[in-house]
Write a protein that binds this ligand. Structure first.
Ligand SMILES: NC(=O)c1ccc[n+]([C@@H]2O[C@H](COP(=O)([O-])OP(=O)(O)OC[C@H]3O[C@@H](n4cnc5c(N)ncnc54)[C@H](O)[C@@H]3O)[C@@H](O)[C@H]2O)c1
Length: 439
């Protein structure tokens, strides 16, 4: 692997605005956790930027560094939070509604959370049928995009921020395929002017962010910055984009287990995944059009990891099934069941059962933090367009048109780490070990 040479990275000086379309369970748990870490009430568990170390050089050098000391990342103390939501509840009320955090934690964080009030959202109910909100912008789509750009600027000015990043934490929008109005910047802008029905709110946020020079990361599975127009715009404006759909829960497990089984050349006849959850996200996903966005994002994972075309005898007849059921009593504490029918030596069948009692937003919150900090790093390093090195965080990683997405969590981690090494001029690690073994 080639040597790295140091990239010029602008320092992380000044405040960073972390702007969140959607201030529901994930967003409020994220903001509460950052404040809890700043106050030393809690450790930011699950965050690579806060807890991760990275090996540097050869194993014999015994060098490693904390990630946030190796690369210049914004400090937690320098983060300022803002966002938009069609429901006008402040972050304390929204967090209390979400019931992710204990009353004890909420009481400690109340003075901080209740100051964060959502700005009026770009919202159209046809994209999220199960929601109704009054805190919304009016006007044409073009006017709403302009209003968002104004919000971004005035939030940064008011809070004295030198930079901003945007992470979509809003509800999953109804399924949509790329249309002609998404094909180029010109077509998209014309569609904005014409108030075209195929331009969704998340695309308007993505547009406003990129036009404002603000990196945009999409935490939901809907079509947003992964349309040709946004990719073109992000390249042209020199802005980092990435997505989509935070990799938590069942898909996280899938991308840990499946590469391991494949590495051992074990076959697979089927993978049945089902889960129950009772939060607002679950309620939105109970709507078939919104579930379709999630289903497509979840289903692609196994096919890409197992490569049935290359291994037809192992995975050629795989039955992969995913379902989500809204079940109110469970709240944010999703329970997932996986049954994996695997096949061993001489075709003998075996089964693996995984019962994951997880907490959706507890798993997603550290990803929001890492994505915000790494997106800001990308911005300061002049990295533009799709940030494939952040695939580690996504169920359905956005990738260049010429390649397939990388889903294997451990390959994704190597890619991320090598990107960090590359940025600071450290040697890239290829795990060949030839220096020790004289190969
Ligand atoms: N929690 C996880 O593990 C996880 C994993 C992957 C993806 N996600 C995705 O993250 C998103 C957030 O999840 P959540 O559990 O916080 O959901 P949530 O329902 O608690 O919060 C979403 C918020 O977005 C708001 N909203 C809807 N449309 C909006 C718009 N156009 N502009 C601004 N706000 C809007 C809603 O009013 C709501 O407050 C969902 O799309 C979910 O699918 C979550």
């Amino acid at each position: 692997m080639s040597e790295s040479k140091q990239t010029k990275i602008a320092p992380a000086s000044g405040k960073l605005a972390v702007l969140l379309p959607g201030m529901g369970a994930v967003a409020t748990t994220f903001m509460a956790g950052v404040e809890a870490a700043r106050k030393k009430i809690a450790t930011p568990i699950g965050s690579l930027t806060q807890l991760g170390h990275i090996r540097l050089g050869k194993r014999s050098e015994k060098r490693s560094a904390k990630i946030n000391e190796l690369v210049p990342l914004a400090k937690l103390d320098d983060l300022v939070f803002g966002g938009w939501d069609p429901i006008a509840d402040d972050a304390y009320k929204a967090a209390a509604h979400a019931k992710v955090l204990s009353p004890e934690h909420l009481a400690q964080l109340k003075p901080f959370l209740e100051q964060i009030k959502p700005m009026p959202a770009v919202f159209e109910q046809k994209w999220v049928k199960r929601l109704e909100g009054k805190n919304v912008k009016t006007g044409t789509k073009r006017e709403q995009a302009t209003a968002l750009m104004h919000d971004i600027r005035s939030f940064m000015d008011k809070n004295n921020c030198s930079r901003a990043v945007m992470v979509w934490c809003a509800s999953t929008e109804a399924y949509q395929e790329v249309g002609p109005e998404h094909a180029t910047i010109a077509a998209f802008e014309k569609a904005l002017d014409e108030n075209h029905p195929n331009i969704s709110p998340s695309q308007i946020y993505a547009y406003a962010a990129i036009m404002s020079g603000v990196p945009y990361m999409n935490g939901a599975p809907n079509l947003s910055c992964d349309i040709p127009a946004m990719i073109e715009l992000s390249e042209k404006k020199g802005v980092a984009i990435g997505g989509k759909d935070f990799k938590t829960g069942q898909t996280l497990m899938k991308t840990i287990i499946a590469p391991g089984l494949k590495a051992r050349m074990l076959g697979m006849d089927g993978w049945f995944s089902t889960n129950i959850l009772g939060n607002r996200d679950g309620e939105v996903l109970d709507e078939p059009a919104n579930f379709k966005s999630k289903e497509v994002s979840k289903l692609s994972v196994l096919e890409d990891i197992l490569e049935p075309k290359i291994y037809p005898e192992l995975y050629g007849d795989l039955h992969h099934k995913v379902s989500i059921h809204y079940y109110k009593p469970r709240g944010d504490n999703k329970e997932g069941w996986d049954n994996i029918d695997i096949v061993g030596w001489m075709g003998y069948p075996m089964q693996i059962k995984v019962n994951f009692l997880c907490r959706d937003s507890i798993l997603a919150a550290p990803l929001v933090l890492d994505l915000a900090l790494f997106a800001d790093l990308a911005g300061r390093s002049k990295m533009k367009g799709i940030q494939e090195w952040l695939s580690f965080y996504f169920k359905s990683p956005q990738h260049a048109a010429s390649v397939y997405p990388e889903h294997d969590l451990f390959v994704q981690k190597v890619r991320l780490e090598n990107n960090l090494r590359y940025l600071v001029g450290e040697e890239l690690i290829n795990y060949l070990g030839s220096d020790y073994t004289n190969e």
